[in-house]
Ligand binder design. Structure first.
Ligand code: FUB
Length: 349
């Protein structure tokens, strides 16, 4: 056998054994930590700024609103948290309300998931709310410190739509990801234009992709039109709407060993899943589940490295006895296999 052939065979055997092990493995049951047991906070976006962990969640409360269109997520304000130390043992500090829906001139209700970014000593809080017509938009607030005070920009970010902003920075360029199906309204957009008649594709058709755009230098406008974030199967085809691992909401991007990991919630199949690519724009190839279903309908997450360890920060509804509208922030240690795939965590359902 020639050297090239024997190397290819060896490579193939190694890949088979890695994927066989991964496919046969049970999700790991790992002790997580509820980060703030005294109140309900969801959609935790965590970052390390100047060596310290900050978390930008949404703030659930026991709203009487209850229907199937996500209106029971009726949040009215945002808090910021920091951690003195590491995720598992550090003291979690609530810095209080940073702004409320009454501080957002264009918004009517439902302050959904948010994220934050730092550029040149300024902190930008990207958030979701319904405008006065009930359409979800993405806004931004700016501060000189990671915990505020934040000044809300008077208008939503032109060109964005739907929900769940997440910002990824690399080499001074900032990319904003967004979109969410169902109550998040992404199914109402085609080619970045709202179409009241548009809806979800059929189960055998390509699923609807989340969007990404580079932020302009001012961090409050887009530098380009949003582009679709393609999530492909191993054969290079977009995941179909009927695929239980298709994108639903909760975009997040991180980088590990030179590869880009786009992770997201699969919504009605209740997993956090991920896809790997070679550029922040994608395309990304579906690579597995990060978290199996949790107690409660939604989960939403961030993935980050702190002090050389990797973490999954997410939420579930276990502490509220399974009430989907009352969710609690949680953190799990995250690990990778030698081939770069993520070891799936048992969500506890
Ligand atoms: O928290 C309200 C919405 O629920 C979020 O925007 C979604 O990601 C889901 O977690």
């Amino acid at each position: 056998m020639r050297l090239l052939e024997s190397n290819l065979l060896l490579c193939g055997l190694l890949m088979m054994s890695v994927s066989a092990t991964a496919a046969g493995e049970a999700p790991v049951k790992t002790p997580g930590r509820y980060l703030f047991p005294s109140d309900y906070m969801a959609d935790p976006s965590a970052h390390v700024f100047d060596g310290k962990i900050y978390i930008y969640p949404s703030h659930d409360w026991d709203s009487p609103v209850n229907d199937a269109d996500g209106n029971h997520f009726d949040m009215k304000d945002y808090h910021v948290f920091s951690i003195d130390g590491d995720f598992l043992t550090g003291n979690v500090v609530d810095h209080g309300v940073i702004f409320s829906v009454d501080d957002v001139p264009w918004a009517s209700r439902q302050l959904w998931a948010a994220d934050a970014a730092c550029k040149d000593g300024k902190y930008y809080h990207y958030f979701t709310a319904r405008d006065k017509e009930g359409v979800f938009r993405i806004g931004v607030a700016v501060a000189d410190s990671p915990v505020g005070p934040f000044k809300v920009h008077p208008l939503p970010i032109a060109g964005t739509y739907s929900i769940d902003p997440a910002v990824y920075e690399e080499n001074g360029e900032y990319f904003i990801y967004f979109g969410g199906l169902g109550g998040g309204q992404l199914q109402k957009y085609r080619d970045n234009v709202y179409d009241a008649d548009a809806d979800l594709p059929a189960k055998n058709e390509p699923s609807l992709p989340p969007r990404v755009a580079r932020l302009a230098d001012d961090m409050v406008t887009l530098a380009e039109d949003p582009k679709p974030v393609m999530i492909l199967d191993a054969a290079g085809n977009p995941l179909a709407e009927g695929d239980k691992h298709r994108f639903y909401e909760a975009s997040w991007l991180h980088k590990y060993n030179g590869k880009y990991y786009f992770s997201y919630s699969t919504g009605n199949s209740h997993t956090l899943s991920y896809a790997i690519g070679d550029s922040p724009y994608g395309p990304f190839t579906y690579s597995g589940e990060i978290l199996t279903p949790v107690v409660g309908w939604t989960t939403h997450h961030s993935v980050l490295e702190h002090d050389g360890k990797w973490w999954l920060v997410c939420h579930d509804s276990q502490p509220s006895g399974g009430l989907s509208r009352l969710r609690s922030m949680k953190v799990f240690p995250l690990s990778y296999r030698a081939d770069g795939t993520i070891v799936t965590i048992d969500g506890g359902k």
